[in-house]
Write a protein that binds this ligand. Structure first.
Ligand code: C2O
Ligand code: CU
Ligand code: CU
Length: 467
């Protein structure tokens, strides 16, 4: 069917209201009472036609994050449309089952538009997932985690800290889940599938259960893992997803347990200075790396679980690095901050240009080395340029081959889930990752960028061309 998304209005505090106009209810689900967009549910192989009408007073375009779509459907900023105009997306859902999402992608305005609510989930289902027999319906809960700051009239405040906060990335002082502060989920003593999206502009979460139970991870950016993993906590950078198997069957009715974000080191950046500015301007601040609660689960009713955790979740092809055309000579991209600049290999975003090292061949695989190169000089200012960069590549899912330690390593080393398909990889200052990418089906101009949305808006984004 045809769905309309993002039809909304802009008020003086840049709070957009997204509303679904039409679409079959099996496809379009709305979250209650939220500034967020809808949840679209589709199946692998389905043909999708989305008619997107821009009703905000700025140019914008929608990007399907994580989806393998033709260039014209990828929401590149050169396709922005003005207020009143319509853009029609047509593609076939090629991805495996998983939790993908959508958000605007106009150059220089992605941060404020996502902040104002223009984002939603794109959940894909397939037969393999069905065979895994996971919790569904009311037992399948999305948690879109975002930080926001409110003014005295409960309106959203964006970037009150000026340039410092822009370089650091926006950090709000309230944590919301699905657009709600202090969220409480009423659950049964049963098993649940929790789909977590870090939909924040810049904040990183170190996700854990409040009672110290390990997390049981069943999926990541590109869908289900091969088998469940247990971890004491998970690091979740902006745009990353993680899926949990949550077993509340050992909790007695009327008890509760929380998902929390634990404190961690190494987020560095302008935390301190941004914090000082923030405190002065808005009464309090919550630096990146702080600990806080995310959501509370109240066990309100007794049930006996009918489902058990599958031993095998899905089939994931083994990584074959020999298939890469440059296995011994990876392409290297270095992400670095300067005072007011954000670059990849020293270059900032250019709308339609690609450099010679940004051209790849269709039907090849490549290894890319992604480097968080820190930034600008020594001493206090240099230190503050050491910021995390969650690096995202459009149009495909990749595999993480290796990761080297970086800032804050001791406080997060068990929290990187690099096992499955990924589209975003969190790089702490000084950290490097090697990834294996495969360019198939579509040629054209795609993007790779830092998913700290303020860094992206500052130009830490580049095209790559598949030819
Ligand atoms: Cu979710 Cu280009 O990004
Ligand atoms: Cu994307
Ligand atoms: Cu960045």
């Amino acid at each position: 069917g045809e769905v309309s998304i993002f039809s909304g209005k802009l008020t003086q505090v840049q709070h957009y209201t997204a509303r679904v106009l039409k679409g079959p209810s099996s496809v379009v689900q709305t979250l209650e009472n939220t500034y967020l967009g809808p949840i679209l549910r589709l199946k692998t192989g389905q043909n999708v036609r989305v008619r997107f009408t821009n009703q905000i007073d700025q140019e914008t375009i929608v990007h399907w994050h994580g989806l393998h779509v033709p260039e014209q459907a990828d929401g590149h900023p050169r396709y922005v449309i003005d207020k009143g105009e319509t853009y029609v997306y047509e593609f076939t859902v090629a991805n495996r089952a998983g939790t993908y999402w959508f958000h605007p992608h106009p150059h220089g305005r992605t941060g404020p538009q996502v902040y104002s609510g223009l984002a939603g989930l794109f959940i894909v289902q397939d037969d393999e997932e069905q065979a895994a027999n996971l919790p569904t319906g009311a037992y399948d809960i999305p948690l879109i985690i975002q930080d926001r700051t409110f003014d005295a009239n409960n309106q959203l405040v964006y970037l009150s800290g000026g340039m410092m906060q822009r370089m650091n990335g926006f950090l709000g002082n309230r944590i919301l889940v699905n657009g709600q502060p202090d969220p409480v989920f009423k659950v049964a003593s049963n098993v649940y599938r929790l789909r977590l999206l870090n939909g924040s502009n810049s904040r990183i979460y170190k996700i854990a259960w409040s009672d110290g139970s390990p997390l049981t991870i069943i999926g990541t950016d590109g869908g289900l893992l091969e088998k469940p993993l247990n971890r004491p906590y998970v690091m979740l950078g902006p745009a990353e997803r993680i899926e949990l198997w949550a077993d509340f069957s050992n909790y007695t009715p009327n008890s509760s347990v929380k998902l929390v974000s634990l404190p961690f080191d190494g987020a560095g950046g302008m935390g301190m200075m941004g914090g000082m500015m923030g405190r002065r301007r808005q009464g309090q601040s919550l630096p990146n790396g702080s600990g806080f609660d995310l959501a509370r689960f109240d066990i309100v009713k007794k049930e006996t679980p009918a489902l058990t955790l599958p031993i095998v979740l899905s089939k994931i092809e083994p990584v074959d690095i020999r298939a890469a055309v440059n296995a011994n000579n990876p392409r290297t991209f270095t992400f670095a901050m300067g005072m007011g600049s954000a670059t990849i290999n020293g270059r900032t975003f250019e709308m339609t240009r690609v450099a010679s090292d940004e051209v790849v061949k269709l039907n090849t695989s490549e290894v890319w080395r992604l480097v968080n190169g820190g930034g600008g000089g020594m001493g206090m200012m240099g230190g503050m340029m050491q910021m995390p960069h969650p690096v995202h590549v459009h149009g495909l899912q990749f595999r993480v081959l290796e990761r080297t330690p970086g800032a804050g390593w001791q406080s997060m080393k068990d929290g990187f889930v690099d096992e499955g398909w990924k589209d975003t990889v969190l790089l702490m200052p000084g950290m490097q990752a090697k990834i294996l990418l495969r360019f198939v089906d579509f040629s054209g101009l795609y993007l790779y960028h830092c998913h700290n949305l303020e860094h992206e808006d500052m130009g830490m984004m580049r095209n790559y061309l598949i030819e």
